[in-house]
Write a protein that binds this ligand. Structure first.
Ligand SMILES: [Fe+2]
Ligand SMILES: [Fe+2]
Length: 185
């Protein structure tokens, strides 16, 4: 598609958001399971792993709602849902696959996955900020603005939760454990 005006730009960004949400909905279910892989020293990180698993699981369910909300936005604007490839999100998940191929200590998984999750949510929030700015400039229906804002709100909340977990006591404990196992730095 060619972009010649603010409306074109809005739909370009909307297709990007739809691509990201669809991709994230698939990946979060996987991240939730991979974060919860049992380690040899289970006591050290069990509750942390469960918290990370729950955070991904909860946001996975929200993300499926986000996909549905974006379909409502397309529908309200008389368009068919379409995607526009966002390579940044593909790259983040491709790097996660690389990590999975080399990780030997499962205790490191939740720490790394929280980083992946927070990066993705940051990307989503930025995407909605641009969409909301365009929607307001174009004076789009309040229903459209509210729907986009609802997605942004939950993505920001998910980003905060992932950051909170990454900076919390559970993460510190796992990190201390990994530091103890470190032989060469
Ligand atoms: Fe989202
Ligand atoms: Fe999200």
């Amino acid at each position: 598609m060619n972009i010649e005006d603010a409306g074109d730009l809005f739909f370009y960004e909307l297709k990007g958001a739809y691509y990201i949400e669809t991709k994230v909905a698939e990946e979060l279910a996987e991240l939730a399971d991979q974060a919860n892989i049992e380690t040899l020293d289970e006591q050290a990180d069990e509750s942390f792993r469960e918290d990370v698993h729950d955070a991904f699981r909860t946001h996975h369910d929200q993300t499926e709602t986000h996909v549905g909300r974006l379909e409502e936005v397309f529908d309200a604007l008389d368009r068919q849902p379409e995607t526009h490839e966002i390579r940044a999100v593909d790259e983040i998940f491709a790097e996660k696959e690389q990590f999975n191929n080399v990780v030997l200590n499962d205790a490191a998984r939740p720490l790394y996955y929280l980083d992946v999750g927070a990066k993705v949510e940051q990307l989503e929030v930025q995407c909605y900020d641009s969409l909301l700015q365009l929607a307001e400039a174009l004076d789009l229906d309040d229903g459209v603005v509210d729907t986009l804002a609802a997605n942004r709100e939950e993505d920001e909340e998910a980003r905060r939760r992932m950051t909170e977990l990454a900076e919390g006591d559970g993460a510190d404990e796992v990190l201390a454990h990994l530091v103890d196992e470190t032989t060469v730095v």
